[in-house]
Design a protein around this ligand. Sequence first.
Ligand code: NCD
Length: 308
Amino acid sequence: MQGKLRSVINILDLSVGELEHLMDLADRIEKQPEEYRDRCRYKKLATLFFEPSTRTRLSFEAAMLELGGQVLGFAGASSSSAAKGESVADTIAVVSNYADIITMRHPKEGAPVVAAQNSTVPFINAGDGGHFHPTQTLADILTVRRTCGKLEGLTLGLCGDLKFGRTVHSLIDAMLRYPKNRYILISPEELRLPEYEIEKLRSSGAEFEETTSLEDAIPKLDILYMTRVQKERFFNEEDYLRLKDIYVLTPEKLRNSKESLAILHPLPRVNEISVAVDRDPRAKYFYQTLCGKQMRMALILFLLGLDE
Ligand code: NCD
């Protein structure tokens, strides 16, 4: 499919073979960055961010710059014509004339579908509301493959805001494609995984359990995926304040974990991982941001047909 118009809205838009290809490519980029330094010469990436972001936008931009390409875009709806009432469809139709590839973050679930339909260049979803975040999942699976050596037969603990956390939804969708993974869903009742994601776990026949106790889950885990309570998606400030510090990972809580545990977090962190954990060799969340840049480099090359 190289060089053909492709969109990545959902992690399922990439086959398992393509995920492997992207991870292998990210490994090659890490080993021989000079081989890729000019691959995207004269190519432009547009980053259209209607919602706040640090890692996703900057890692996309760093990825394109490291490939020798250029970047243009905006960070914040208020500085774009969306503030004047322009539709996503129109913005994308225009930007397709200015860039060779587009990535967009938008607060509305489903906005990337409209964007992809109106784009004449490859389009990548950089997060839509509480829905999906496929490129974070690319970062996550590379981190898991590099730290655990495999993507199957693992016990994953997903902890925090499983309702609104789009990174969790995309990660489950990806890990369900690898055999024999088990899932422990750790959240308060109010922030449980949405029924449509639970249904995917059920119908795939994967082993999973729901719990409110992080402490009980920790000893069983190969991967602990911590998440922030998604303040911006709450309707009621009181509920947010009541739930925001419900899980805080500390060195004490890690005492009974496996030595090989990998602790991931898409970041930004608020309070859910104490900074004292950062020095622990099990903490992989800053390394995960490097994996994110390398996977975005691989994805840009792949969608532009410049990967071979
Ligand atoms: C995540 C997101 O935007 O969904 N951040 C990211 O892209 N790394 C997670 C979050 O905001 O909590």
